[in-house]
Write a protein that binds this ligand. Structure first.
Ligand code: ZN
Ligand code: ZN
Ligand code: ZN
Length: 183
């Protein structure tokens, strides 16, 4: 496979800023940005996956991935498709689905489903675990991590003879955002 480090879409990737809202219990929300090194490692893994599956890192894929990284947070295939269309009108929804599914298969993205909505996708960041709070009115998704909860879950699992491998914690309620129709 040819090396496309000079591709413009790639430089978009490297410059992509992902705002990821994480909230420690009771502490102010802070933003996290993916570092260049993380993007490089992401691309390396994805290219390896594509080679193993005899697929090419096409321009379409580059644009879709760059928009996925730029979108940050939790994005549906339809929303991703809308932003990709602005960059490259010729890209179809099926290509967006194929690319996003390949990211999930490669272990680089995670598919989630909240409430009755269609799936949303987010970056899988090794070493950056988080759980979710979902507003049932405005449907905003908040990310949080709480060490006590993490420990308690391990404790519960181990008491029941489980070695914990993974978990998903989703809390549903009403947020305090000013534009939330709940207020
Ligand atoms: Zn957790
Ligand atoms: Zn809300
Ligand atoms: Zn998340």
């Amino acid at each position: 496979m040819e090396e496309d480090s000079k591709c413009t879409a790639l430089s978009v990737l490297v410059n992509a800023e992902r705002i990821c809202y994480r909230q420690r219990m009771m502490k102010k929300i802070r933003a996290r940005t993916i570092s260049d090194a993380e993007i490089e490692s992401f691309l390396e893994k994805y290219k390896l996956y594509l080679t193993q599956h005899e697929l090419k890192f096409t321009n379409q894929r580059k644009i879709i991935i760059s928009e996925f990284l730029r979108a940050g947070g939790h994005v549906s295939a339809e929303d991703l498709f809308r932003s990709v269309k602005k960059k490259a009108a010729g890209v179809g929804l099926a290509s967006v689905y194929r690319t996003i599914n390949s990211l999930v298969e490669a272990g680089l993205a995670v598919e989630r489903q909240f409430l009755d909505r269609s799936s949303v996708f987010e970056l899988h960041e090794p070493g950056h675990h988080h759980d979710h709070l979902i507003c049932m009115r405005c449907r905003k998704i908040f990310e949080f991590e709480n060490d006590k909860i993490e420990e308690l879950q391990k404790e519960v699992a181990s008491k029941l003879g489980f070695t914990l491998q993974d978990h998903k914690l989703e809390l549903y309620g009403y947020c305090q955002k000013q534009n939330c129709p709940n207020l």
